[in-house]
Design a protein. Structure first.
Length: 252
């Protein structure tokens, strides 16, 4: 079902005609500040942020038609937060998956997890594994959730797995980028073209370090719960105005 806003529909059509990013990645930041500015507990910000994520996933898949979307949900470093907050976040994620999986499946979403599932609570892990399994045949939108994830840790994991396999063969062989990529969580995904970060922070925060080598960055002061589909379109439009050289030179 398309948007009923004529102006928004026209912007979507123009964006599609100009060529969309193939892979969009988002660092969803600012839930706690959003709640604090309203005099509410941080969990209120997380609830609002999750609803924003739901709307963005639906918009990207149904309206824009971008093929790959990756959301930074929970980092390795986030375990340092108070236990009560971490427990709430994990329960919120499990409830969201249980309550919204049918809708995601109807929308053609294929779910993938980037990160260490073994380190998650059993309930969350079970819901994630179920969602991944049931959505395996879908191909409209590849939604990757970075959970218990860290870019440095991902690279170290890939190195260990690659060395293990090389030693098992009894010969070192040649290591190149295509071979190394096969050991990353994102082995089946293209690198992100556009990386969005909300809340005004201008850092990558250990997110997709290898994969973002040539990603275009777009930063907004907007806190994640207030991030809108209109602002997402603004980021896409800005991306479309840039010349991507990948280290080369654009003539003319």
């Amino acid at each position: 079902m398309g948007t009923t806003d004529p102006a928004l529909a026209a912007r979507i059509a123009r964006a599609k005609a100009r060529g969309l990013p193939q892979h969009l990645a988002i660092i969803m930041d600012g839930n706690g500040r959003w709640a604090r500015r309203r005099g509410e507990e941080r969990r209120a910000g997380h609830r609002a942020g999750l609803e924003t994520a739901r709307k963005i996933v639906e918009f990207v898949g149904r309206e824009l038609g971008i093929k790959y979307l990756t959301l930074f949900v929970f980092s390795k470093e986030n375990w340092r937060r108070p236990k009560e907050e971490v427990d709430f976040l994990m329960g919120l994620l499990a409830d969201f998956l249980r309550q919204n999986l049918d809708e995601l499946l109807k929308g053609g979403v294929r779910l993938q997890v980037l990160g260490d599932l073994d380190g998650l609570p059993e309930r969350v892990r079970a819901e994630l594994e179920r969602a991944v399994d049931l959505s395996r045949a879908n191909d409209k939108l590849y939604l990757s959730l970075a959970i218990n994830y860290g870019g440095r840790q991902e690279i170290l994991r890939a190195v260990r797995l690659l060395l293990r396999d090389l030693w098992a063969r009894g010969q070192p062989g040649e290591i190149d980028e295509p071979l190394f990529r096969r050991y990353l969580y994102t082995a089946e995904l293209p690198d992100p073209d556009l990386l969005i970060r909300t809340s005004g922070e201008e850092r990558i925060s250990n997110f997709l370090l290898w994969q973002s080598a040539y990603a275009e960055f777009w930063v907004t002061e907007t806190l994640w719960p207030d991030f809108s589909v209109e602002e997402l379109l603004q980021a896409v439009e800005d991306f479309q105005s840039r010349q991507r050289k990948f280290g080369g030179v654009v003539e003319g």
